[in-house]
Design a protein around this ligand. Structure first.
Ligand SMILES: [Zn+2]
Length: 128
């Protein structure tokens, strides 16, 4: 699952990236939209926090768990899991992995992540 399926809508007319998903472009009102895979896309970490408590039992073994906001070069901001070595202001790369329930989630790290599971991805991203 890593390396794909992180789809972001782009307007084919004006090039605006759209998030959340829309029926028409918020900039030029065109309906000519296409999905672009943003896994591996460069982004910047703009905010970080650390979770020490969760109400989701499958995530408890992963605590403390870092969550961050990244801004893609195209403009949209996304909430993602953050590798331990990532700091606010760092250039990051997004990778898609499976959380403990098998749901695809994004992880930001200093490099693309080859692991397919969240726990392994956070370990792999530890080196930065
Ligand atoms: Zn447009």
């Amino acid at each position: 699952m890593s390396g794909g399926d992180a789809l972001l809508q782009h307007c084919r007319v004006c090039g605006t990236a759209l998030y959340p998903r829309r029926e028409i472009c918020s900039h030029c009102l065109s309906g000519d939209l296409a999905d672009v895979d943003v896994a591996g896309a460069p982004a910047t970490m703009i905010a970080l926090t650390t979770l020490h408590i969760t109400h989701e039992p499958p995530l408890r073994p992963l605590l403390p768990l870092r969550i961050g906001t990244v801004v893609l070069e195209e403009g949209p901001k996304l909430i993602v899991y953050a590798a331990p070595a990532v700091a606010t202001g760092d250039a990051v790369v997004l990778s898609v992995v499976a959380d403990p329930d098998g749901v695809p989630v994004m992880v930001a790290a200093g490099k693309a992540i080859a692991a397919s599971k969240l726990a392994d991805a956070l370990n792999e991203g530890e080196e930065g």
